[in-house]
Design a protein around this ligand. Sequence first.
Ligand SMILES: *Cc1c(COP(=O)(O)O)cnc(C)c1O
Length: 378
Amino acid sequence: MPENNIQMVDLKGQYIKIKEQVDAAIMNVIDTTSFIKGPEVKAFQEELQDYLGVRHVIPCGNGTDALQIALMALGLKPGDEVITADFTFAATVEVIGLMNLVPVFVDVDRDTFNINVEELKKAITPKTKAIIPVHLFGQCANMEVIMEIANKNNLFVIEDTAQAIGSDYTFSNGKTQKTGTIGNVGTTSFFPSKNLGCFGDGGALFTDDDELAKRLGAIVNHGMYKRYYHDEIGVNSRLDSIQAAVLRVKLPHLDEYCAARKSAAEYYNNAFADIEQLETPITDEKSTHVFHQYTLKIKDVDRAELIEFLKGKGIPAMIYYPVPLHQQKAYVRPEFKDENYPITMELCKSVISLPMHTEMDNNQLKYITESVKEFFNK
Ligand SMILES: *Cc1c(COP(=O)(O)O)cnc(C)c1O
């Protein structure tokens, strides 16, 4: 076994490399005691705007709040239908439920794990008001078609880019945009294990729409456009200055972090190319892949047995996600039928995610891939 203990995500290894700068940035916030809404937050906001090529970034408390704030700002009313993917993390549907909106789930593409646009078209009703595509595992959903559908049906698009910040999407006319800046509003999370993670909770919204940006900025801060004048119901959702200071150190490394993930993914892909029971991730030609997760599909073997085998070798593996949203107890409804979600049902049974982070070295990759091969050659 290699000396380094292998983890799904190695936050410590990444921190060590930028420790001096991060520690100084945090100490600076403490020295200035400007803990909330300080200059660090403003500077990070502007730097992220530049990086994404978007007019407005509105920092907030976390990625789940970002989704809720987007729904609040778009003025959706109880009973309005919001479409999202069946195969994703529950935060997306959670806020739809909290807002008394009606979640409508759509099956995903087997290749990309992202929302299937043909099924999306079929799910639209007169009550549909918004679509939340989730850019799962690090690559962008089919935004060209999603925007066509949205424009034709007068729907808002909220891009959940918590897992894909930094990826690029190219339209058929050759135009390239950062994922999360294409719809009416994009949301992200700076949870520590995300591709751009801070040292606690954090999140942000992005938009090119000046009016919407104003509204988002007021909602994150108790609905205030002017101090102590509350024009609408808001929330308290802030990115604090210490988190912003950490993010300012990490943002200039984001592209290099994405490249490190991609190169680990390529190592895995090459090593697994000959294993018939394994399907390696497919990169959509329109999107770059920033590999938030490295997710394989397996067939003809017992997945639990593989996970146990790897665990015995000190290698963690995870299942993202084991249960389709339409089957989650909090959201089940009689009209959700398993037969409408065949791909999600299959994926929940066959996916497995291997360790993926910015600090994976060739020793670790060799050890992990050889261990996986050993299991299949048994
Ligand atoms: C992590 C994540 C969220 C939630 O972000 P938090 O900051 O943890 O609230 C939302 N959507 C997706 C797809 C995520 O992966």
